[in-house]
Ligand binder design. Structure first.
Ligand SMILES: Cc1ncc(COP(=O)(O)O)c(C=O)c1O
Length: 233
């Protein structure tokens, strides 16, 4: 996922291309985790990492996540060897050799903060209950609805709120990035003052992302109403 435009790329195709030229394919999934369903193993991705405070709702400063393809687990890759990555069954023997756990856990260098892990666990349980496929199905509708509202405002008020996120739903997640020609920061500030949680990116982009875990269609409708109220004056 591209953080500015919200464009989703095919990790599978990029991975295949990388492998074709002998490269390793690793991805920053900060904007994909909890947003788009991914099949990292099946797509043969070598590794990936992500923060958990965006779509995964675990709070700033929370733990990160990492994926390492199982084909690399036995390889003698150079790595930071931390005791928390040491095989649990022999960790406390304190031997001179590092014997990593045979999973991505083998890359852990130290303890994770317990309170952060507790929050993250609850969050992941909610994702497990809701299911990524169902969340994605609702996200397609929520974001499609927001897109339709913006396009409607453009027509009705003859303005140019240019959505720079691809219109093909397969090439985007929850986010829409709106290039607000001639309106910009002032519009963003007024919408924020109305209680709409958005994000501003220079030079002129408003990022919005209805998320299926807790946003409703009414929320998106209210977003559209707030946006439109700024066109009237
Ligand atoms: C593309 C991208 N990668 C990574 C991160 C997260 O970085 P960190 O885990 O250092 O907070 C962000 C957060 O804004 C991001 O937008």
């Amino acid at each position: 996922m591209q953080f500015y435009t919200g464009q989703a790329f095919s990790l599978e195709a990029i991975t295949a291309k990388a492998h074709e030229v002998g490269a390793i394919a690793g991805f920053d999934l900060a904007h994909a985790a909890g947003n788009m369903p991914v099949q990292l193993h099946d797509w043969n991705v070598d590794f990936a990492c992500w923060c958990t405070y965006k779509y995964l709702n675990s709070g700033p400063g929370s733990v990160g996540g990492v994926f390492v393809h199982e084909k690399h687990l036995k390889a003698e890759l150079p790595r930071f060897a931390g005791w928390w990555g040491h095989d649990k069954s022999t960790r406390f023997q304190m031997g001179p050799e590092f014997s990593p756990m045979p999973t991505a856990e083998g890359w852990q260098v130290s303890n994770a903060a317990v309170f952060n892990m507790a929050i993250h666990r609850v969050s992941l349980e909610q994702f497990g209950r809701a299911g990524m496929q169902r969340l994605r199905a609702k996200a397609l509708q929520l974001t499609g609805y927001a897109e339709a509202l913006i396009n409607g405002i453009n027509k009705k008020h003859n303005v140019n709120l240019e959505i720079i996120t691809p219109s093909d739903p397969e090439q985007r997640g929850c986010q829409l990035s709106i290039f607000a020609h001639g309106m910009g920061k002032d519009l963003f500030d007024k919408l924020t003052a109305q209680g709409i949680s958005l994000d501003w990116r220079e030079p002129n982009v408003i990022r919005m992302a209805p998320v299926p875990m807790y946003n409703s269609f009414e929320d998106v409708w209210r977003f559209g109403e707030a946006f439109e109220s700024q066109m009237n004056g």
